[in-house]
Design a protein around this ligand. Structure first.
Ligand SMILES: *Cc1c(COP(=O)(O)O)cnc(C)c1O
Length: 380
């Protein structure tokens, strides 16, 4: 994936840093457009990566924005996403965030509870405006992914449960400042088994029918995001099979002709275009393994520490060396600051350049200043 010139460039730079391949990002965007034969509305989930250069490319592609905080709405507006293409989800939107989104006349609030309906109606009334709302429904569909990134089960905090529908209908009827426009679903992230999306479609069909029968016509059905990427083979699977993904919805979603379909893709757009580039600081001989201590840690890439996520690690300085066993760890004072255990990798030496792959999604955005670390930089 990295050619000689790129590695040459890395040699001259201080580590750690994120490297983004915008060419791959562009190709990924093109692949989505190619596969999107049914004119689905695509919103990019800013929380996966909110780097302005990346956002600009995605905006230029004509995608909308999916935000989960007031500052993400602000970033989307600043970058130039049309407010009529911005959706705003989240279980805990503050009054300040809601007011900001109302002032910017965003396309839709994805409302996650009955209490939020009441608060949103009040805040919209204060401004004498009407807020477009989609109800985020908890469809109780298992995404078969890590428990920390599963969101569509009854035990999760997200969305409105079907047993609350009667009350929701009553609430919407008496809320003069809410305009019901649709239904929203998002069952989890890093979903690789497409049957989870088929199950989602079947649930959406039932719920959609129920709403129509009750006189609440969902003009918009938003199926969320969650499509997974291949973390073990980032080079041979650089671009997700978007066609198969969209085909599941084409084949199993039953919609009325007037209904618009929306998606909120995050990870599958940006994950493979980013790598965290680091250097080996020290090698420490252990009893059963060696520790390779890098100058990057959980402060730059939290996913392994947070959800035991796997990222492929490559030694760019010695790609064909004889392999040895390593625990690859960071410098942070936490035992969870570990990128991988007992990995067979080409021999590592102090100063070797290391690439931690598939780090374009939920990488830079989750970085922190813990231990008063320097803010991580991005290179293109
Ligand atoms: C995180 C999130 C997404 C994007 O998820 P990916 O797995 O990155 O595609 C979409 N919609 C909502 C509501 C989210 O919270």
């Amino acid at each position: 994936m990295f050619n000689e010139n790129t590695i040459q460039k890395f040699q001259s730079l201080e580590t750690p840093f994120y490297y983004y391949n915008l060419d791959l990002l562009q190709k990924t965007i093109e692949a989505i457009k190619q596969a999107n034969k049914k004119n689905y509305h695509i919103h990019y989930a800013l929380k996966a990566n909110a780097n302005p250069k990346i956002l600009n490319l995605i905006k230029e592609a004509g995608f909308g924005a999916d935000c989960v905080s007031g500052n993400e709405v602000k970033r989307a507006v600043e970058i130039g996403f049309k407010s009529s293409d911005i959706v705003f989800a989240g279980v805990g939107k503050s009054d300040k965030e809601i007011n900001f989104a109302l002032d910017n006349s965003i396309f839709c609030f994805n409302v996650e509870s009955i209490h939020e309906l009441q608060v949103l109606n009040e805040l919209a009334k204060n401004k004498n405006v009407k807020a477009n709302i989609a109800l985020r429904i908890n469809p109780n569909v298992d995404a078969h992914t890590h428990k920390y990134i599963t969101t569509g089960l009854e035990e999760n905090k997200f969305g409105i449960n079907p047993y609350e529908f009667e009350q929701v209908f009553e609430e919407i009827k008496k809320s003069a400042h809410l305009n019901f426009i649709g239904l929203h679903f998002h069952i989890g992230s890093q979903i690789q088994d497409l049957s989870a999306f088929k199950n989602l479609c079947l649930r959406v069909n039932e719920i959609n029918k129920h709403f129509i029968q009750q006189g609440f016509f969902p003009q918009h059905l938003n199926l969320g995001g969650g499509l997974g990427v291949n973390y073990t083979e980032p080079d041979t699977h650089a671009i997700v099979d978007f066609e198969s993904y969209f085909n599941v919805f084409r084949d199993f979603l039953e919609t009325q002709t007037e209904q618009h379909i929306h998606f909120e893709l995050g990870r599958c757009i940006v994950a493979q275009c980013g790598s965290l580039i680091s250097r080996v600081l020290y090698i420490k001989k252990g009893i059963n393994t060696n520790f390779a201590i890098l100058d990057a840690g959980m402060t730059e890439l939290l996913r392994p520490a947070l959800y035991q996520a796997f990222h492929k690690i490559e030694n760019l300085s010695n790609p064909n060396g004889k392999t040895e066993k390593y625990d690859v760890v960071g410098p942070i004072c936490e035992s969870s600051d570990c990128f991988g255990k007992a990995l067979m990798l080409p021999e590592m030496q102090r100063g070797n350049l290391i690439a931690i792959r598939s780090a374009g999604a939920y990488g830079e955005v989750m970085s922190s200043r813990y231990n008063l670390r320097d803010e991580v930089v991005a290179v293109f």
